[in-house]
Design a protein around this ligand. Sequence first.
Ligand SMILES: [Zn+2]
Length: 413
Amino acid sequence: MNYNAALYIRLSKEDENKNNTNSESVENQKNILTEYANKNDYKIYDYYIDDGYTGTNFNRPSFLRLIDDINNKKIDLIIVKDLSRFGRDYIITGYYLEMFFPSKNIRFISILDNYDSINNINEYMPFKAIINDMFSKDNSKKIKAALRIKQQMGKWVGGCTPFGYSKDVNDKNHLVVNYEEAIIVRKIYSLFLSGYSINKIKEYLFNNKVKTPTLIRNNKKNSKYSKEGYWSSTTIKTILKNELYTGNLVQNRRCRINYKIRKLKNNNRDEWIIVNNTHDVIIDKEDFDRVQKIFKEKNVIKKNNKNNYLLTGFITCFECKKRMSFQKNKNNVYLICNTYKKYSKQRLCSSHSNNYKKIEKIIINKIKILMNHYNLNVEINRKLLLLLIKKIEVHSDKTIDVYFNFKNPCLSL
Ligand SMILES: [Zn+2]
């Protein structure tokens, strides 16, 4: 049989740094694979090269192209130098080798492992995949441990420096004050301490054309509002709550869930690594503590005054997709678009004001009908809504889109 072979090549950054011997280089892998294909008379359909991609993640451009070409029946043989080139995640590698490729009639050859799926010796491959997976885990543990040690020594190991500081040109693990930014940080603290609310500070900064961190640092990824010079509450709060400005290095506040998942989780305070007096102060300790005290008091008031409506947290504005907030007005409660409320002068959205009670009634009635339809007799409360509903977009009390957590995700009520 004449095969159309895909030659798959992967090189990660770690592989590149690991040794100088070049044994994993793209060129070297290419030579080995080409020679092998020619020797066995396999027709080379194409080379699939992922340069600079880690083996634990399968979201690599050439790998995805390879899968596409399999689905379009363009290839029926994959050749790799060794299994770790293909992937370092046991579960996903196993899925491809044992389920996906056989189901598509794809032959898989790993040269250095002496593996050829046509010989059907599958006992050894899963084991090899586990070893590759362990190697990644081990690697990520070692990197983590090295980072912790640096953090405990008071060295800055983060990528982007906190607003107000830059990396020392002579020592990238040391922070130095960035004067242009530090002036803004001090201004925010002094406004807050003189009684300005977060919203008032936002307004002040915008009216006085104080550049946002996004603009100063030319950060292209951030939101379009901050690119247009609008400060967000989150940015201001983050600045007001960052102990780093008192000269103490606070790190390890967040970490990755595990070596396979890039998502970050917040660490408990006792896991934070704090080293005192590692860099110059922007805000003195006394002022910082006063700010934290104000936040604490505000939180207590907020908790006591919180309006807990049945639909709190569900309702979003159909136009800007941001949350709507509740506004009490004598006997009525109104829904108002948050973007409109925060940036009313700039007219970033319209108020989309609606009578809340009316909308609540409509939703309850519709859910009751839905429940009856399935012969379910359950009380309609927050718990049930959290299970059922993802979000509610209010256009008017005539048009309400309800997005559910299950399939058939949107019903217009
Ligand atoms: Zn809106």
